[in-house]
Design a protein around this ligand. Structure first.
Ligand SMILES: Cc1cc2nc3c(=O)[nH]c(=O)nc-3n(C[C@H](O)[C@H](O)[C@H](O)COP(=O)(O)OP(=O)(O)OC[C@H]3O[C@@H](n4cnc5c(N)ncnc54)[C@H](O)[C@@H]3O)c2cc1C
Length: 421
């Protein structure tokens, strides 16, 4: 049928991609309720799992040629799947909604559930002292492979190379894809991801879908990323790639401890990731670094008692400073120990701005909360549900990102199933 748009099949006794060619326009085959899930990251895959286990017919669409590409990237340096902190503490790690709300989301699927889920797939986890939970296997590829195989076994059909470009609500819901394919569904769960690492498919190109539907979004911004600062050449020469260890970093009212790396473009590391949301609200973003958080100014001065000159070089030994800390302090001449000690406790670095979103670990912004019910149904379009990083929340690294993706994927799927029933 020349020119006819292919219709995505919901009949699962044939290969879905070959069905695209053989079905004519207007043909729809279904009995059970059909849930279309768009986005094959952890949030969408988890939503597919819950819906299929509840007896729904599930087709998962993704723009890329394979699913879980960012999940694989996340697993490269060791997959930090979740965090072993108590649920009440984890709930405080998220922005966008109250911790009560997040506690409720975590009740649906918390870090214990996530670890059990991984174990059921055959993957053990372990927790570090700081609470981060990793796969023993470290990499994500084996887990993803087994997960996708299990989803196929329970009836989930995968339609890759399908970029959603239009959504037409009204019974039944219509979905239109960039390749010309279209389909209908009783409910749709969107889990389109944020905007970092666009090469994985999470490119934030989905905003126009919602503009057309009159649904509010907040522009994406880089989160969990480095910040830029122009270092003088002598600082770079002495300290590029070197760590500032055991420091406390403050931005406005918020502080975070840990380690930063001095890079060619500025600074990178956990404390900056944790302070990103505070920094983004500042007109002139700046941080204060306490290089010796365990010591007061007086204690530092006391350690320099007999020193009469070359304060900065003596401080290296007496205060046990690394190369990067020394390079920061050596940016000025110091005439006495008290002023050097005050600088060590309050080393102010102005920041030009965050690194580009493409490099960030995650993004802030996205689908606005006010468009959603507490159980992740779109208020104006009750057959539409949203999950994962595409919603307007953020969290620091430490396993909190994936935890929220799994938990919101579970919640959105449970709500969609309830709606379909
Ligand atoms: C380098 C790096 C390391 C990370 N490490 C960790 C970690 O250790 N622990 C942790 O908790 N988190 C980590 N994360 C973050 C974590 O990977 C993400 O938060 C998570 O993958 C988001 O899941 P999601 O399902 O919401 O979206 P994504 O995983 O981003 O998936 C979205 C999917 O939607 C598809 N899509 C987008 N638009 C369309 C469209 N229009 N039509 C069809 N499909 C579409 C995309 O192709 C993609 O497959 C890391 C991220 C990065 C970049």
């Amino acid at each position: 049928m020349a020119g006819a748009k292919p219709l995505v099949s919901w009949a699962f006794d044939c290969d879905p991609l070959s069905c695209l060619e053989t079905l004519g326009a207007g043909q729809v085959i279904f009995e059970a309720k059909r849930i279309a899930i768009v986005g094959g990251g952890p949030a969408g895959l988890r939503a597919a799992e819950v819906c299929a286990a509840a007896g729904m017919k599930v087709v998962l669409f993704d723009a890329e040629r394979s699913v879980g590409r960012k999940f694989l990237v996340a697993g490269k340096g060791g997959l930090n799947l979740t965090n072993a902190e108590p649920r009440e503490i984890i709930a405080n790690r998220y922005s966008g909604k109250t911790s009560d709300f997040w506690r409720g989301v975590l009740e649906v699927f918390d870090s214990g559930d996530l670890r059990e889920w991984a174990l059921e797939l055959g993957f053990e986890t372990f927790a570090t002292k700081s609470g981060r939970v990793y796969l023993k296997d470290l990499k994500a590829a084996g887990l993803l492979r087994r997960w996708v195989a299990r989803l196929r076994e329970i009836g989930v059909v995968f339609q890759t190379n399908h970029r959603l470009v239009d959504l037409k609500p009204g019974g039944p819901f219509q979905l239109v894809f960039e390749n010309g394919a279209r389909t209908e569904a009783d409910a749709v769960i969107l889990a389109l991801g944020g905007g970092s690492w666009p090469e994985t498919g999470s490119d934030g190109r989905w905003f126009p879908l919602f503009e057309k539907l009159g649904l509010a979004t907040r522009p994406l911004a880089p989160a969990n990323c480095g910040w830029e600062h122009d270092w003088p050449p002598e600082v770079l020469q002495a300290a590029e790639g070197k760590p500032l260890k055991n420091i406390r970093v403050t931005a406005g009212e918020k502080s975070a401890s840990g380690e930063l790396i001095l890079t060619r473009y500025g600074l990178e590391g956990g404390p900056l990731y944790a302070l990103g949301s505070a920094l983004r609200t500042m007109d002139a973003p700046a941080i204060s670094i306490d290089l010796k958080p365990a010591h007061s100014v007086d204690q530092l001065v006391a350690k320099m008692e007999s020193v009469r000159r070359s304060f900065a070089s003596d401080a290296r030994l007496r205060w046990k400073l690394g190369d990067a800390a020394c390079a920061l302090l050596a940016r000025k001449e110091w005439k006495d120990a008290p002023s050097l000690a005050r600088e060590a406790k309050n080393c102010v670095i102005t920041l030009k701005g965050p690194r580009p979103i493409a490099e960030a670990i995650s993004s802030a912004g996205g689908f606005r909360w006010e468009e959603l019910t507490e159980d992740l149904m779109v208020k104006k379009i009750p057959e539409l549900f949203v999950a994962g990083e595409m919603i307007d929340w953020e969290a620091p690294t430490g396993g909190f990102l994936l935890q929220a993706c799994f938990a919101t994927g579970t919640l959105a799927a449970q709500t969609a199933c309830k709606f379909c029933r």
